[in-house]
Design a protein around this ligand. Structure first.
Ligand SMILES: NC(=O)c1ccc[n+]([C@@H]2O[C@H](COP(=O)([O-])OP(=O)(O)OC[C@H]3O[C@@H](n4cnc5c(N)ncnc54)[C@H](O)[C@@H]3O)[C@@H](O)[C@H]2O)c1
Length: 354
């Protein structure tokens, strides 16, 4: 089925439009909405039939729009999602979905009341590299994961933080952990098991901003795997990397910062698993749509009744629970175990008072 989509916010939203445009059987682009007419019109002009709309309310009122894809600054996500659900729209929303476990639980209640759908954005999941790893796990060649490392080593300077909402607790709601490393951290529970414990240290060392731009995390996964995650926005260039040591092989991801899974990943067998067994499985995994295209394809499949690969509201909640635990651990300088209850002091949010 083909659904019409309006993208709200023409920053990263312009790339979402390109993603939808690559799937013409699943999506028809209706419009791009942005308060900034020049930016919005430029994004609209890049796609046949795409209208520019300035007022979000006009999008919500239009019965021709099936899907509202929210690419607004983080502090606007919660209210925009609630309004879009009330208007009966299917909602896609950029990360970070909202700013607390309390807000995500309110979204879940609204979803139940309106029979709605909220699809958070985690496009790093999609691509050949992750498809290869999932195939090897499914083939029974991985075994348990012992330990691994994650790196989010990116470069962000003062020009990046010139946009007023960035770098502030009020506008961005968090720093590198919420904005940049959130993608690679989403891969962990998806590939391994829920996070059981986090010990986090954070610091602001690179830019003159309120929120953290460096972090060192030590994680214990629900299956016992021990993972360390190193995060900085003060690297020479931009590199992401995941390296996981399973019983049957060690996998190292590609290092592309914004499309970690686009290219094949590197798998090295570990006895008694042989490289030939691994190569046999990988021979059947030759292509997978990547990034936003892969994510929107999985969403379309789910909307058509063939779910399983889409990002769900539960995934969005799990990501926010992890972020909450990280900030709680950094504040207390102590390990925090998950899951977090509704009585957790940061259930209502991690943004510092004042
Ligand atoms: N998934 C990813 O890889 C990725 C990458 C970049 C940004 N993001 C996320 O996407 C979101 C947007 O980030 P960005 O970098 O594109 O921000 P941005 O500031 O560049 O763009 C946001 C746009 O929203 C518009 N806007 C603000 N309020 C509006 C309103 N009420 N109605 C209509 N338009 C309005 C602004 O004019 C602006 O053009 C953030 O949540 C960010 O974290 C995700």
């Amino acid at each position: 089925m083909t659904r019409t989509v309006s993208v709200i916010g023409a920053g990263i939203g312009a790339q979402h439009l390109t993603g939808y445009a690559a799937l013409p059987d699943d999506y028809r682009i209706h419009s791009i909405c942005d308060l900034d007419a020049e930016r919005g019109q430029a994004a609209a002009d890049a796609h046949d039939g795409c209208r520019y709309i300035q007022d979000f309310k006009d999008v919500l009122a239009d019965p021709d729009v099936d899907i509202v894809d929210i690419c607004l600054p983080p502090h606007l996500h919660f209210s925009a999602i609630m309004e879009a659900l009330d208007a009966g729209k299917i909602v896609v929303c950029e990360k970070p979905l909202v700013a607390s476990l309390a807000e995500v639980d309110q979204l879940a209640e609204k979803v139940a009341q309106t029979d709605g759908i909220v699809a958070p954005v985690f496009q790093y999941r999609y691509g050949l590299g992750t498809a290869q790893l999932l195939a090897l796990i499914e083939a029974g060649l991985a075994g348990k994961c012992y330990a691994g490392t994650l790196e989010t080593h990116w470069d962000r300077d003062a020009a990046y933080y010139a946009i007023p909402w960035r770098g502030t607790w009020k506008g961005e709601r968090g720093g590198a952990l919420l904005g940049h490393a959130i993608h690679i951290h989403d891969l962990l529970p998806w590939l391994l098991a829920p996070v059981a414990q986090v010990f986090a240290d954070t610091a602001t060392r690179v830019n003159d901003i309120e929120v953290e731009d460096c972090a060192a995390l030590s994680l214990r996964m629900g299956d016992g795997a021990l993972i360390t995650s190193s995060v900085t926005l003060g690297s020479a260039g931009n590199t992401s990397r995941m390296r996981l040591n399973f019983e049957g092989f060690t996998v190292e991801s590609d290092h592309a910062p914004y499309s970690l899974a686009a290219k094949p990943w590197h798998f090295t067998a570990r006895a008694p698993t042989t490289q030939a067994q691994i190569d046999d499985v990988l021979a059947d995994v030759t292509e997978a749509k990547t990034g936003f295209v892969g994510m929107f394809e999985a969403l379309a499949d789910a909307l058509d009744g063939n779910g399983g690969r889409e990002v769900t509201l539960e995934d969005g909640r799990r990501s926010l629970e992890f972020v909450t635990a990280v900030y709680a651990s950094a504040k207390a300088n102590a390990p925090v175990t998950l899951p977090l209850g509704r009585d957790h002091p940061m259930y209502g949010g991690w943004v510092p008072e004042g």
